[in-house]
Design a protein around this ligand. Sequence first.
Ligand SMILES: Nc1nc2c(c(=O)[nH]1)N(C=O)[C@@H](CNc1ccc(C(=O)N[C@@H](CCC(=O)O)C(=O)O)cc1)CN2
Ligand SMILES: Nc1ncnc2c1ncn2[C@@H]1O[C@H](COP(=O)(O)OP(=O)(O)OP(=O)(O)O)[C@@H](O)[C@H]1O
Length: 183
Amino acid sequence: MRKKKEIRTYIGQHFQTMTSDEREKRGRLLHEELYSDKIWKDAGVIATTIDTYREVPTRDLIERAWAENKQVVIPKTEVKSHALMFYSLSSFSKLKQMGHGLLEPDPARCAFVPEDELDLVIVPGVAFNVAGYRIGFGGGYYDRFLGCYKGPTVSFAFSFQMFSRLPIESHDIPVQRIVAENP
Ligand SMILES: Nc1nc2c(c(=O)[nH]1)N(C=O)[C@@H](CNc1ccc(C(=O)N[C@@H](CCC(=O)O)C(=O)O)cc1)CN2
Ligand SMILES: Nc1ncnc2c1ncn2[C@@H]1O[C@H](COP(=O)(O)OP(=O)(O)OP(=O)(O)O)[C@@H](O)[C@H]1O
């Protein structure tokens, strides 16, 4: 079984071999599967992240949610406490580039949304298994968050992000549903 760091490097390299068009196209196919699901239809408030080029895309899903009059919330990382704070995003222009390279909502221009208002949380990840266990970028932010959040959770995975064996630690909490490509 490979170590987390090796898996992160391997997946990052695989993403680099994909064109952004391919990434977008394959991402949309995964998203379509969620749009027809009850957990999407029932959700008024959806939490997701702003994708990097090493992740399944999220921007078209955010636009779809806005078009369906859903509220989209994006986490901001609290570095000291390793907590995620969610803010409502109404436009991509209200994002701010952070030192760690990710785009986060600008709290000066986005409203804070408490965790208990989230109807569906789309959890980012690097690698997954069918049981919903995941490896992230290593901040432990979602592991901590998922320890408290009890609502529906889902992650998207390209086929190369699915592993039959993953190093799982006691603090890891699985997502309820993985929407993955058919291998
Ligand atoms: N697009 C996207 N946004 C996201 C996440 C994600 O996985 N994807 N997150 C998912 O959690 C949160 C941010 N996660 C982060 C994880 C690590 C570091 C970070 O600074 N890492 C250090 C190394 C830390 C270590 O080695 O322990 C670094 O890069 O220097 C920052 C943010 C929230 N937003
Ligand atoms: N519930 C928790 N309470 C305290 N520390 C935690 C918890 N979950 C994870 N950690 C710590 O956070 C660090 C990163 O954890 P891990 O490598 O599992 O992150 P990850 O799953 O890749 O990241 P993320 O959850 O942000 O996507 C580890 O040092 C781990 O011990």
